[in-house]
Write a protein that binds this ligand. Structure first.
Ligand SMILES: C[S@@+](CC[C@H](N)C(=O)[O-])C[C@H]1O[C@@H](n2cnc3c(N)ncnc32)[C@H](O)[C@@H]1O
Length: 355
């Protein structure tokens, strides 16, 4: 997923830098602003136990699957509804179920009625986040997943796998420039293609992992790890508004929505890390109460906190240091954030070895 602040292209840098600081491989790696879960996945692959957290529910879902699921998904109970599954090899069941869902007929549900042109025509706000066909197919797939869950035909792991597959797939057909803060007037080429549900990757390993969906400053007391990796928002752009549609597809809770973009209420998801007057205090509280041997922080040179703020706060905990790397700016920032003209930013990995 093309996600603001994704560390996908920085994984090598992060891993190499972290390896230079920590004295041994393995233990618990806590990814507490987890987003897409890509950093936790890298360390899951290396054999760490992962603790993941994010304030957004769609991110919780992604992490429940990518991090939490670590055994093959067998869809044993679903054979009641899809008997053909019995004949399918275990490693092919995931794609079989996704194909089954891709083939079901679209329905006019919450997404179609509120975010597609067919469903919003002549209403106060006309919206076109998805083609009519994809909106209806998204509704049908999401409703079927929920029905299976209610009828106890799928396990929790299978449920999160299926919603993750839907979130990752539908995102590729969105009629947006990059995030869900706005939609395009005309249906772009990729949005015209028919939604196909692709199975999300599953990483199998032996560890049990823990996933939370809380504000970081609240979840902290439940978390105890060797490595604490922090990747907060860098600027004022709230994830709750930029990804509101993924939140609604993940929750599928028929929220009250408003305005041009059909935004849901996000009072409980306003991040202090996106607020210039509040970020330093929140970060200081986080660092002082953190329970870990090593704390790492990703941040860039254009973030709300300055290099000096970060250094001062992290030094309260032990020996401070940092690594840097030049990095391409996130696509949406180039057009929307005109304050910065440079196309490259300097990405920092700050760390403290705790006393
Ligand atoms: C820079 S992104 C993380 C990107 C992630 N490392 C990746 O590569 O996908 C920041 C994340 O922090 C989450 N977030 C913001 N404020 C938070 C808070 N107070 N508590 C927990 N998560 C928060 C956002 O929802 C967002 O997913």
């Amino acid at each position: 997923m093309n996600y603001i602040g994704s560390k996908l292209s920085l994984l090598e840098f992060l891993e190499e830098s972290i390896n230079k600081v920590v004295d041994k491989d393995g233990g618990t790696f806590c990814d507490l602003f987890a987003g897409t879960g890509i950093v936790g996945r890298r360390f899951k692959e290396k054999g760490y136990k992962i603790v993941a957290n994010d304030i957004q529910y769609y991110s919780y879902v992604l992490n429940k699957h990518y991090i939490g699921n670590h055994k093959e998904l067998k869809f044993l109970k679903l054979t009641k509804e899809v008997p053909e599954l019995k004949k399918i090899k275990v490693e092919d069941k995931k794609i079989f179920v996704c194909n089954y869902l891709s083939d079901i007929k679209g329905v006019k549900g919450f997404i179609y009625n509120n975010y597609c042109i067919g469903g919003t025509k002549n209403k106060k706000e006309e919206r076109q986040y998805f083609s009519d066909e994809n909106g209806m197919r998204c509704d049908a797939i999401r409703q079927k997943i929920e029905e299976w869950k209610k009828e106890n035909l799928i396990s929790d792991g299978e449920y999160y796998f299926l919603i993750t597959s839907l979130l990752e797939s539908i995102d590729k057909y969105a009629n947006t420039a990059s995030v869900y803060g706005a939609f395009l007037k005309k249906l772009k080429k990729t949005a015209q293609n028919s939604l196909i549900l692709k199975p999300a990757q599953l990483m199998i390993n032996d560890q049990e992992h823990e996933i939370f969906n809380e504000d970081i400053n609240k979840v902290l007391e439940k978390v105890n790890g060797d490595i604490l990796y922090l990747d907060p928002p860098y600027n004022r752009r709230q994830y709750a508004t930029n990804y509101h549609l993924l939140e609604t597809i993940a929750k599928y809770d028929n929220p009250v929505i408003h305005g041009k973009t059909g935004l849901r209420n996000y009072d409980n998801q306003k991040s202090l890390y996106c607020s210039k007057p509040q970020v330093k205090e929140a970060f200081k509280d986080l660092i002082l109460r953190a329970n870990a041997k090593y704390i790492f922080l990703s941040y860039n040179n254009e973030g709300l906190m300055t290099l000096d703020d970060i250094k001062e706060i992290m030094s309260l905990k032990g020996k401070y240091g940092n690594f840097t790397k030049d990095h391409n700016r996130f696509k949406a920032d180039k057009t929307e954030n005109r304050k910065y003209k440079a196309t490259r930013t300097k990405e920092y990995l700050h760390y403290v070895i705790c006393d």
